[in-house]
Write a protein that binds this ligand. Structure first.
Ligand SMILES: *Cc1c(COP(=O)(O)O)cnc(C)c1O
Length: 225
């Protein structure tokens, strides 16, 4: 399990890289939120990250999110980002525990989230399959506007932005055009938040307008199996 000193070191290095990417793009650091992707790491690791100042955590699995939220409920100001796909039967855990859902791509899930949500509306990002890969989650570029309209009719969700996972490649530069396309689509639809970039390509994502970067490995090291 990663110790606090190593976490501090990784965080400092990561924040430096984020700051330099912002500087290259002429952007303000305050406009880029680091989401620490903590999936598969035990709650104790998140507690250490919290002690280093991290407040935004990203989790992929609905039940794991539910369990960690309960285990860490004593930490004020913690913000939970659900970043992975979810099945209808597990959507209730996200509706209850998450502050932001990054992977909205099905109306059925949207309806279930809205039905189960109480209190503040759930901020949602629509996942877009920018590169139109057959194997990938996400909505095709041309269908996003209509989908957003349908989600807007639901009372307890708020569409705040878009998310994408670019094709897996060796070269982070390969993600630049997909990120740029997501940014252009967000502007056209008046959606401010852009969740894009992970350990491999977050600097390119920031240069192309990311407002949320989802970084796991660069912060926590390799995930436990
Ligand atoms: C796991 C995951 C990440 C983080 O990946 P790293 O390479 O560890 O930074 C980001 N986004 C999604 C959707 C993920 O599932």
């Amino acid at each position: 399990m990663i110790d606090t000193a190593q976490l501090e070191k990784n965080l400092e290095a990561l924040e430096g890289r984020i700051a330099r990417a912002c500087a290259r793009a002429g952007r303000r650091e305050a406009d880029v939120q680091l989401v620490a992707v903590s999936k598969l790491h035990p709650p104790e690791v998140l507690r250490r990250a919290y002690a280093c100042g991290i407040r935004h955590f990203g989790e992929n699995y609905a039940q794991e999110l539910r369990d960690k939220q309960a285990a860490l409920a004593d930490l004020p100001g913690i913000r939970w980002h659900a970043i992975g796909p979810v099945q209808t039967k597990n959507a209730k855990y996200i509706a209850k525990a998450a502050h932001v859902f990054h992977a909205l791509e099905k109306l059925e899930i949207a309806a279930e989230l809205s039905k189960r949500r109480t209190g503040e509306p759930l901020d949602c990002l629509v996942e877009v399959n920018v590169a139109r890969e057959a194997s990938k989650a996400g909505i095709d570029h041309g269908e996003v506007a209509a989908f957003v309209e349908q989600v807007r009719a639901l009372p307890n969700l708020k569409v705040t932005g878009l998310m994408t996972m670019p094709p897996l490649t060796e070269d982070p530069e390969a993600a630049r055009l997909p990120f740029r396309a997501l940014h252009a689509l967000g502007q056209r639809l008046g959606l401010r938040e852009l969740s894009m970039g992970s350990t491999h390509d977050f600097e390119v994502a920031i240069e192309e307008g990311a407002t949320l970067v989802r970084v796991g490995t660069a912060l926590f090291g390799e995930r436990p199996a």
